[in-house]
Every structure is written in C-alpha cells, then in structure tokens.
Write a protein that binds this ligand. Structure first.
Ligand code: SF4
Ligand SMILES: [Zn+2]
Ligand SMILES: [Zn+2]
Length: 339
C-alpha cells in the first residue's frame, strides 16, 4: 500500500486497505470482502456447482480455507432452499487435527450449522499417525525384495486416499448431494502442476473444477467454490471478517512434493501476477472442451465396487483397502452406509 492510502476505488468513501489482485485497484476491507463473495457467487453460477435445493456438505477442517468457505456459503445459500451441513474428518494427527477440531466445531456453531465428525480410526481402524508409523516400521524391517509401493507412500498420499474415501462415505451418511471443499486457486494450480510433473495424464485431464456426470451412484460429487480465490485473498477475507481459524501447519506437510510446487508457484505469481489463474483456466478450458467434444473414455472412467469394502473404486480392490492390507494385513470400512 502507498504511504498515503487512497480512497477505495469501489465505494469512494472509505480509505483503501488493500488492492484487488485481478486489476490492482485499491479497495477498503468491506468492498474487498464483497468482491471475494461475488467471485465465489460467480464461480458457483458459471460452473453450475449447486442446484437450488442441494444439501451441501462442507468439508470443514478448521483451517482458513474451509472456515472462509463455510462463512461465504452461509451468506450465499441464504437466498436458496439449499441446506448446509459441516463435516469434519479427523485423520488422527496428534498435535494438529485435535487442535483444529474445536475451532471447526465453533465455526459451525457460530452460524447455526449442523456439525458432524468422522474419524479415520472409527472408519478404517487406524489413525493416520498409526498408518505412517507402520509404513516407516515396515520400510525399516522388511527386506527390500518384499517392499511394495503400498508401504512406501509419503504421509500425504495415505492421507489423501483415506480422506477422499472418508469424506465420500460421510457425505452419504448425512445424505448430502454435493461435497464442497475449501481448495483455493493456489491449491488448484498446485494440483494441476503436480499432476503434470508426475506425468499423471488421467488425473490431469479429469475435470475436478465443475461437477460432471456422476461416475457412480455411491460417489457424491465434489465441488470447489473457492477455486478462483487466491490464498492471499482467503487470508485477507478471514482477517477482515474476524474469522477464527486453525493456523498450525500439518507436521507431515514438509514431506510433500506439493510444498516445493507451492513455493515455486508463489515465487512465479509474485513475479508474474495472474499465473495461477492462467494455469487454472487453461486446464479448465481443456477439460470442458474435452467433456463436450471428445467422448473417448479416460483410463479411470470404469468404476466398480471394491470387493472388500464395497465402496466405489477404479480397481477390483480399492486403493485404501490395498494399503491397509499391505500395512496391517487388514482392510475395512467398518460399516456400510449404502442406502
Ligand atoms: S499435509 Fe498431508 S498429511 Fe497433513 S493433512 Fe494435509 S494431506 Fe494430510
Ligand atoms: Zn469500499
Ligand atoms: Zn475397499
């Protein structure tokens, strides 16, 4: 901000507090918050993320993104007959998730939104800490000839597989129509670049930005209403609206390749503003063109039911059950919520 802040470009009444990243205009905190909410509104409308009467499951961790998402959806969905329900997945990460849980719960309570908690321990029999510890133990004790990829994953890979499964299961239990997650523009761009760097074409071309036809009845479609809002704007929105959120970083985050990609993209975005949006938009236009023009099935398109847990899966035995089998010679999703 300049030494003598100018008046807000929008209301022309209050002193500007920050600038709008898309055009560099100076805005007061109030007009900035309105712009963030409008951006989310446009994203929902343009991408047809929700139907008027959807029961929307908001994945609420207590971190800034999900807290901001809940706050904005609360404002936007008041105009519709839709319903919001907050679902928190406790992965079982000591000193991290247990601190975030009460914050998540308080945020839902503040808005009068129903809050439901599901945990890895309850659903799969193990906390993420136990899964990671077992993987490290097997890597040290098993001869290398008996080590498979399934026991060699980084913590975030285990976490991602089980969290996706848990959130989908939880959404069915609470009879949700859509799952809304707090992924912001930075997250979305990071994922695109990560898939590219890993050569994962199937994931790269999978349209995760707008709801597509349900691949299976037991899959609850996931949407990302904050996909056009950069992380900086999420933080400023939380600050200007005095939202309380959990700030600690997950202890396993340092082991993730995503962290390097995040740092790289932050540097690039600072040097060349608009890069994050360009990455997101290019893959969005590619996937939407593909969904309307090219109907060739992608390798992941065939969904079946896992032989062990009966959850929808691309393979005969789902990744989660394969992981548990390799680590503990067990597998589970403990109960069956199928209607
Ligand atoms: S940083 Fe990794 S392990 Fe931690 S919550 Fe996120 S995905 Fe899970
Ligand atoms: Zn203003
Ligand atoms: Zn399974």
């Amino acid at each position: 901000m300049p030494a003598n802040p100018p008046l807000c470009y929008q209301c022309k009444k209050r002193v500007a507090d920050t600038y709008r990243p898309t055009d560099g205009r100076f805005l007061c905190s109030k007009c900035f918050s309105t712009w963030v909410v409008d951006t989310v509104r446009r994203t929902i409308k343009k991408g047809k993320l929700f139907k008027r009467d959807d029961r929307i499951v908001v994945g609420l961790s207590g971190g800034k993104d999900s807290v901001v998402l809940l706050d904005i959806l609360y404002q936007l969905e008041r105009d519709f007959p839709s319903e919001l329900i907050a679902v928190c997945i406790d992965e079982g990460i000591a000193g991290y998730r247990d601190d975030g849980l009460p914050i998540a719960r308080r945020n839902a309570k503040r808005l009068g939104i129903e809050f439901r908690l599901f945990s890895f321990k309850e659903l799969f029999g193990y906390t993420l800490d136990e899964i990671v510890a077992r993987s490290r133990e097997l890597r040290q004790t098993l001869p290398s000839t008996r080590q498979t990829k399934l026991i060699q994953h980084a913590p975030c890979s285990y976490c991602g597989v089980f969290r996706r499964k848990a959130l989908n299961y939880a959404a069915r239990v609470v009879e949700g129509d859509k799952v809304a997650t707090g992924h912001n523009l930075n997250d979305v761009s990071q994922t695109i670049l990560l898939n590219l760097l890993r050569g994962d074409v199937a994931r790269l071309l999978q349209n995760t930005l707008t709801p597509t036809e349900k691949a299976h009845d037991l899959f609850v479609p996931r949407v990302k209403p904050l996909q056009m809002v950069a992380e900086r704007s999420v933080v400023l929105y939380a600050f200007y609206n005095q939202l309380t959120y959990h700030m600690t970083e997950c202890p396993y985050a340092v082991e993730a390749m995503r962290l390097d990609v995040r740092d790289f993209l932050t540097t690039i975005e600072e040097k060349y503003p608009g890069t994050l949006g360009a990455i997101r938009n290019s893959i969005h236009s590619l996937t939407s063109q593909r969904s309307t023009a090219d109907k060739t099935p992608l390798p992941f398109s065939k969904i079946t039911l896992c032989k062990i847990c009966s959850e929808p899966s691309k393979t005969v035995i789902c990744k989660g059950c394969q992981m548990l089998e390799a680590l503990f010679q067990k597998n589970s999703l403990k109960s069956d919520p199928s209607p």
